[in-house]
Write a protein that binds this ligand. Sequence first.
Ligand SMILES: [Mn+2]
Length: 348
Amino acid sequence: MTSKKLKRSDRLLSVLDEYHETMVIMHNNPDPDAIAAGWALFLLVNQRLRKPVRLVGRGPILRAENLQFIKLLQPPIELVDEISLDAHTATVLVDCSPASVNHLLGGQIAPVAVIDHHESKDDGFRIPFRDMRPKATASASITAEYMREQRLEPAPQIATALLYAIRTEMIGARKALSRLDHSALRWLSSFAEYDVLSEIENPPLPRYYYEELLLGLDSALVYSDSAVCFLPRITAAEIVGELADLLIRCDGLQCVLCGSRVGDDLLLSSRSKGDERTALALLNQVLRGLGHFGGHLHRAGGKICVPKSGMDSDELEHELRTRWLDACGSSIRRGQRLVGRKEIARRL
Ligand SMILES: [Mn+2]
């Protein structure tokens, strides 16, 4: 007799069916991938198990595209500061890893299930269901596959959400799509609404966005093939990552570090091109003993609690810049402005 391999989604559902309800937990400041992937899991539990389910994460959500995404698609998310758990509730982590601290379980409590595509270290937890695939471009590709396996035909909203999630993750990934991603994109494309997709991709932008973009371009310093950009102050944390995405596209740059202080935290984003020095490895060296980080090979993020570092913002920036240039193997210590003020003035 041939043993037919149980589908991953069947295994997940049978694990969750042992509980009265399910709580799907997204990472803090959930992005479209966390929201769309979590929404698909929400629908699976709701429609296949017919049991109560919640989709929760810690806010806020500020990026213009992401606000537009929520406004137009209305995912069933709840933004909360904390959760209370009992033995009857199954926790499912989506788009983040059990050992990382950027979610409501805080890296201390093991979830019942985890579905993720980030690079992660060994967490030592005993977790009944794990589906962690760093080769997948998006968590949304994994959960789209679950919907398909369970023959859940996606409504236009969830199909559009999953498709948008994969597209946004694709842009930053700088790696080839996996077979899983291709087949998810093909499947979703017949259900998604492309006019809504283009409204999400071109949202109205607040005036401060342009101020901070200008500030960011003005603060960017180039050291041969790497760049560092510390923004003095920002309104929305998202600009740090957006600026890193913009800078890494610059000809001749191989690795980029952006940072800014938001409240007590110094937020960092790193990006890389090529195989030699990856954003993840560089950020690991930069943050050793100072803070937490995570992400993908070519697109990573980190956080330092400034008061706990024992340094003020300026000292910390100096330290991080030095560590970054060391990690990049750069002998140049004097940066050149990406955009020269003199060159600009000459044209005015
Ligand atoms: Mn993701």
